[in-house]
Design a protein around this ligand. Structure first.
Ligand code: G1P
Length: 293
């Protein structure tokens, strides 16, 4: 039995890197094949054993709420037309755990967004899952589940890490630490948000999934504004290191940051290729295209 039942999913950002697609549509609702990104994230949470999800949303994000609510009119319509498969698919979405919503009043950064979850989470360990990022694990066990298993063993906060080329570290939160096991676990001694590549302690970066002890909330209240004039979660993590052990987990798998255009296109192609009904057509088309380039 896991002690972690709650997750916070921040989904309030403007999605400026995907404009104009995100002018009136939340970036979390951008589809990958036929599901919005946020649904992949919620499915990962549910498959990991999370039963209680709090989404931090902002202006223009109502479509997210509606996506996870029931739509009786649509259900009735599908029923009448005998579209039973489609009916099943949309009914399943509204059964994906308990989802709650809270509005971030001003966009003050990721750290500020997480603060809104304090009263919902209470004094328990919890997960944070970025709403625009899909993580796929090599062995099929959801990455959040893998983090939860590490948490159960060490009772310490643990964060998913990805390796990136050194010149790209300035886009991310970066970890400093030492590897303590050959399954990718690191004991962390430093966190730094968006450092210059020459100041980065490693090229292992925060990949959008975290498990925290609840003490992180106290620290989020006292950290000053950080990089980009925002309240940075990474700054609170650095303070937490002074009081508690923290671990980083370099997971085996892939991260898809759907919030940027190139990754969005690649992710759609890749996920399309994984779908048996599109695989052979898509493969043939890509080969043909490659030869013509
Ligand atoms: C946020 C975090 C950063 C993390 C990144 C992962 O940055 O602040 O530590 O590495 O997500 O996507 P953002 O992408 O919001 O600038």
């Amino acid at each position: 039995m896991s002690t972690i039942k709650k997750a916070i999913i921040p989904a309030a950002g403007f999605g400026t890197r995907l404009l104009p697609a995100t002018k009136s549509q939340p970036k979390e609702m951008i589809p990958i094949v036929d599901k919005p990104v946020i649904q992949y994230v919620i499915e990962e949470a549910v498959e990991s054993g999370i039963t209680d999800i709090l989404m931090i949303i902002g202006k223009g994000k109502r479509a997210i709420e509606e996506h996870f609510d029931r739509n009786f009119e649509l259900e009735y319509n599908l029923q009448q037309k005998g579209k039973i498969e489609e009916l099943k698919v949309i009914q399943e979405i509204s059964q994906l755990g308990n989802i709650h919503f809270v509005w971030q009043k001003e966009l003050n950064g990721l750290g500020d967004a997480i603060r809104y979850g304090r009263f919902h989470v209470g004094n328990e360990p919890f997960a944070v899952m970025l709403g625009d990022t899909i993580l796929e694990s090599e062995d099929g066990t959801p990455i959040t589940r893998q983090l939860m298993d590490h948490y159960e063993k060490y009772q310490s906060s643990v964060v998913a890490l990805e390796e990136v080329p050194q010149e790209l570290v300035s886009r991310y939160g970066v970890m400093g630490g030492r590897q303590i096991s050959d399954n990718g676990l690191y004991k962390v001694d430093q966190w730094i948000e968006k450092p210059h590549p020459s100041d980065a302690p490693s090229n292992l970066v925060i990949a959008g999934r975290y498990i925290f002890n609840p003490e992180i909330f106290n620290l989020l209240e006292i950290i000053p504004t950080g990089v980009n004039n925002e309240i940075q979660l990474t700054d609170a993590m650095r303070l937490l290191l002074k009081d508690q052990d923290m671990y980083g987990y370099h997971f085996k798998g892939q991260r898809f940051d759907v919030g940027n255009k190139l990754d969005f296109i690649k992710t759609n192609l890749l996920f399309g290729l994984k779908r048996p009904e599109y695989q052979s057509d898509l493969q043939a088309w890509i080969r043909e295209l490659a030869e013509s380039l």
